[in-house]
Write a protein that binds this ligand. Structure first.
Ligand SMILES: [Zn+2]
Length: 116
């Protein structure tokens, strides 16, 4: 079997595979050899990576992901928040929009405040 024809899998749900804690969207470095392999695919925990599909690499640890958003979520959780912890206080939650609802911002348009 050539390297190009080797089927790879990504994790649709976070789970532990062969001692590796997979994040959502993470592509397995190694697949196969465990009793639950077929079951994990049947249950939808593991999904084949489409041949030629673009993958997204974590800039910090080098793991590959099936989607940019899952790579970004992994990066934030694993490398910025250091393991799913919440911010210590709520101070940083409101710094970016001075209290206005996000729905007031139209993408691509200048930011306008709605008058009262
Ligand atoms: Zn990473």
């Amino acid at each position: 079997m050539s390297e190009e024809n080797k089927v790879r899998y990504w994790a649709r749900r976070p789970h532990n595979y062969g001692g590796v804690n997979l994040d959502r969207g993470q592509i397995l470095r190694e697949f196969g050899g465990f009793p639950n392999d077929a079951k994990l695919i049947d249950l939808g925990y593991l999904v084949p990576v489409m041949p030629g599909a673009k993958t997204y690499q974590c800039q910090s640890c080098g793991e590959e992901f099936a989607h940019a958003v899952s790579r970004d979520t992994h990066f934030e959780n694993r490398h910025i928040n250091r393991g799913f912890s919440r911010p210590i206080n709520g101070a940083e939650e409101r710094v970016d929009n001075d209290g206005l609802d996000d729905s007031l911002f139209v993408p691509g348009m200048p930011m306008l405040r709605q008058g009262k």
